[in-house]
Design a protein. Structure first.
Ligand SMILES: Cc1ncc(COP(=O)(O)OP(=O)(O)O)c(N)n1
Ligand SMILES: Cc1nc(C(=O)O)sc1CCOP(=O)(O)O
Ligand SMILES: [Mg+2]
Length: 208
């Protein structure tokens, strides 16, 4: 299994966004420290997901970065991505592991220690833990768990914990101090006036 990058950039495919332009800005800055998670809106077709994922895999390969696919594991397999990420509404972690195979990177969302332990036992190789802070990027999330909630999960498992939800360069130090291995962002890079600079600031805050 490849070593996991510490900065996870999730594609922003909402109307008016340009995920490939953001990736072209972030990849030369973060290179192998970047994990790109291809996440499309729920109403996107599989063909749209496949096209974005295929192009993302090719871009990542130029820089030694890792490409994962959110939710749609058949797309991950079809484009030769390194793995995928699943949450409560997706395939169960054990089923996802069977689909992807034993060597793939498999992320699972966990919000508290018991769920985290279960996800790791079922085959997750890292956990996405949050929401750490308030975010307007995704609706319907539970209340933020803060660095203390991240620490509770970190203490329960021995896989990398990736903190997600409202993460900015300013909030990274407290999340790292809580034991997070890395962070996942959408808005902090996609919504930045200068995505390359935002990527550099996040990497600096992560100590990369
Ligand atoms: C790194 C990371 N952590 C959590 C999530 C959320 O996954 P999920 O709960 O399945 O929600 P959707 O992203 O599918 O809407 C994630 N994608 N990445
Ligand atoms: C996709 C997603 N999942 C979350 C979770 O807590 O499970 S928070 C989130 C959105 C992350 O976007 P931003 O960095 O703009 O807050
Ligand atoms: Mg999901």
């Amino acid at each position: 299994m490849p070593s996991l990058g510490r900065l996870h950039l999730i594609t922003d495919t909402r109307p008016g966004r340009n995920p490939l332009a953001v990736l072209r800005a972030a990849l030369p800055v973060a290179r192998a420290e970047l994990v790109v998670q291809v996440r499309v809106t729920d109403d996107a077709t599989d063909r749209e997901a496949y096209d974005l994922a295929r192009r993302t895999v090719a871009l990542c390969a130029r820089y030694g970065a890792t490409c994962l696919v959110n939710d749609r594991l058949h797309v991950a397999l079809a484009v030769g991505a390194a793995g995928g990420h699943v949450g409560a509404d997706d395939l169960p972690v054990g089923a996802a592991r069977r689909v992807l195979g034993s060597t793939a990177v498999l992320g699972a969302t966990a919000r508290e220690p018991d769920g985290a332990v279960e996800a790791v036992a079922a085959g997750a190789s890292y956990l996405g833990v949050g929401p750490c802070h308030a975010t307007s990027t995704k609706s319907g999330l539970p209340a933020p768990i803060g660095p203390a909630g991240v620490r509770a999960v970190v203490e329960a498992v021995d896989v990398p914990v990736i903190a997600i939800g409202g993460v900015t360069a300013a909030t990274v130090p407290a999340l790292r101090a809580a034991g997070a291995y890395g962070v996942a962002v959408i808005g902090a890079v996609s919504g930045a006036a200068d995505p390359a600079r935002a990527t550099a600031e996040l990497l600096g805050a992560l100590g990369c």
